[in-house]
Write a protein that binds this ligand. Structure first.
Ligand code: ATP
Ligand code: MG
Length: 557
């Protein structure tokens, strides 16, 4: 049983409801609006809803909340299904659309009109707003509030038949214009909207129900027992309850609110994410810097790490801002345990071994994981010409530098100790090659009494494969982009992507399938991009080996 559901207050409510016989089994739902791709905040809701259903042998529906057709489309519907599946959840036969219920929602509206609990209102949108009042002032009753039932039925019929233009009339619930809760001041249930093609119902309707009316009734029609939503809907709960109490729906679901996930150094509002995509600030919804599920997947996250992250942040009633480090450590822990190791040189510097023994192996056998022998071994090509990273050589080493220096020694990981005898430069004075000699007695181990501190990684020049490596970093420079009234785009991190086009990787890594994850020894965790090919391998950095962000930020200041 998961940590998440073991500890949270929603689980306690469910346990009580099952223990005292209120329900014999539970049903939850995940209700995305198909107006964008899912993000890590949605993952929290998915893990909560599907996780509860799993843990209590209940069921969780996937329901598209598609009452706002002008921002919604089928691409979003399909991406959402793919992302929920990728996270490891299954809605079985239980795929629904709120638009499936348009006819029944309409019939319930007629029922409300017949009871005198809803009326057609001719106020314009601006007038409706002005009549609504404020937090401190009560609202005023619409002059159309006391229309007779027959007139309301006739006008509602004509609204559906398309006889009135957009904004001319609405259907409103007759509740209480003096309520301290603005949501209860005769809320709008239906709006007229001509000329939109709905992705499910086409042009069948010119009348669209509001979210506040649709959601509770959809829940009740599906027999949802616990309708979990984020805190901003707390003030809407009286209206939710009013809807299910005033129409003849088959069940009475209960709405329970929990805090949204907010994450540092990113944005989560779909409006802002859409802006990043549409303005070309990122390459698409699945750009590895996006907090979307598709972006995290392309970045190299595993479903297990995303779920683990959701468990670590838990479910509470208090809004808070979660540190990015918590997300990064969830994937780092997963990859540390599960990603095979390989060697990759990101900034290649050629090394020529001048006296390689005749019996030197052409291939060195290396373990794929230092703590897990079951992950096997691989052959790593070796030869007289290698690449090492430029950063592992220094002509004028800073104090404490333990890697290669002129006249100094270093161990090549899994291979020999070498000594730098000669530094070759081009006409500009740039180091282009190192000539090194080999200590033949050091293959794979230090002989008695011989100590060489530094160990560096390398790739065989003849067998290595050229690769592009994209170093992704946080998309924003500050924990709360757009805070303090700034434009969130002013907080973009200019170094969120650095592309290295001239890296060299082991042939076995280049040949792996897109989506395969590796630890590049001493460099970090990387994944083969979906667009990678064996001839032109393309790696995305998932996360660094250690959390260096805090330090780097400090240094930048
Ligand atoms: P936005 O306001 O940016 O459009 P939304 O909340 O309207 O986002 P929906 O597609 O309606 O997005 O959300 C589907 C479900 O996911 C809802 O139940 C919603 O409460 C939940 N959800 C959305 N964002 C978060 C978040 N940051 N943390 C937890 N749950 C979330
Ligand atoms: Mg929403």
């Amino acid at each position: 049983m998961s940590e998440l559901t073991r500890t949270n207050f929603i689980r306690q409510i469910v346990e009580e409801d099952l223990a005292n016989g209120k329900h014999t089994s539970i049903k939850t739902r995940f209700p995305p609006e198909p107006n964008g791709y899912l993000h890590i905040g949605h993952a929290k809701s998915i893990v909560l809803n599907f996780g509860l259903a799993e843990d209590f042998d209940g069921a969780c529906n996937l329901r598209f909340d598609d009452t706002n057709p002008h921002k919604e489309n089928v691409e979003f519907v399909e991406s959402i299904k793919a992302d929920v599946r990728w996270l490891g959840f299954d809605w079985g036969e239980r795929l629904y659309f709120a638009s499936d219920y348009f006819e029944r929602l309409h019939d319930y509206a007629v029922e409300l009109i017949r009871k005198g609990s809803a009326y057609v209102c001719d106020l314009t949108p601006e007038e409706t707003r002005a009549y609504r009042g404020t937090l401190t002032e009560p609202g005023r009753e619409s002059p159309y509030r006391d229309r007779g039932v027959d007139e309301n039925l006739e006008l509602f019929r004509r609204m559906r038949a398309g006889e009135f233009p957009d904004g001319a009339r609405t259907l409103r619930a007759k509740i209480d214009m003096a309520s301290p809760n603005i949501n209860m001041r005769d809320p709008v249930l239906y709006r007229i909207r001509h000329g939109v093609i709905h992705h499910q119902t086409g042009s069948e309707w010119c009348l669209y129900p509001t979210y506040d009316y649709t959601h509770p009734i959809s829940d009740a029609l599906e027999g949802i027992t616990h309708s979990l939503c984020t805190l901003e809907f707390e003030d809407h709960r009286p209206l939710y309850d009013w809807c299910v109490a005033n129409v003849s729906v088959p069940s009475r679901p209960r709405q329970i609110e929990f805090s949204r996930l907010n994450l540092e150094y990113t944005v989560m509002s779909k409006r802002l994410l859409t802006q990043l995509v549409e303005e070309g600030i990122v390459e698409g919804w699945d750009d590895p810097r996006m907090p979307t599920i598709a972006g995290l997947r392309r970045r190299g996250f595993t479903p297990a790490a995303v779920r683990e992250f959701c468990e670590r942040v838990g479910v509470t009633k208090a809004d808070n801002l979660v540190e990015m480090g918590i997300l990064e450590s969830a994937i780092r822990d997963d990859l540390d345990a599960n990603a095979p190791r390989t060697m990759a040189v990101l900034h290649p510097l050629k090394v020529v071994l001048t006296d390689l023994p005749a019996d030197a192996p052409a291939e060195i056998i290396a373990g794929n994981h230092p703590k897990n022998e079951a992950m096997g071994k691989r052959g790593v090509a070796f030869g007289a010409e290698l690449y090492i990273d430029r950063g592992d050589f220094a002509e004028d080493p800073p104090k404490g530098f333990k890697r290669l220096v002129p006249g100094g020694e270093v161990r090549l990981r899994n291979a020999y100790v070498i000594r730098c005898d000669e530094v070759i430069k081009d006409g500009m004075g740039e180091v282009i090659e190192l000539r090194c000699s080999v200590d033949a007695s050091t293959l794979g181990k230090n002989p008695e009494g011989r100590k060489v501190k530094g160990v560096i990684h390398w790739v065989c020049a003849a067998a290595g494969v050229r690769a592009e490596v994209r170093l992704y970093d946080r998309l924003f420079n500050v924990p709360q982009p757009g805070g303090g009234g700034r434009d969130f785009r002013d907080d973009l991190n200019a170094d969120s992507l650095r592309t290295l086009t001239n890296c060299v990787v082991e042939a076995s890594a280049a040949a792996a399938a897109p989506g395969t994850r590796f630890q590049f020894e001493r460099e970090g965790y990387f994944v083969l991009d979906p667009e990678s090919t064996p001839e032109r391998p393309l790696f995305n950095r998932t996360v660094t080996l250690k959390d260096t962000w805090g330090k780097a930020q400090g240094a930048r200041k």
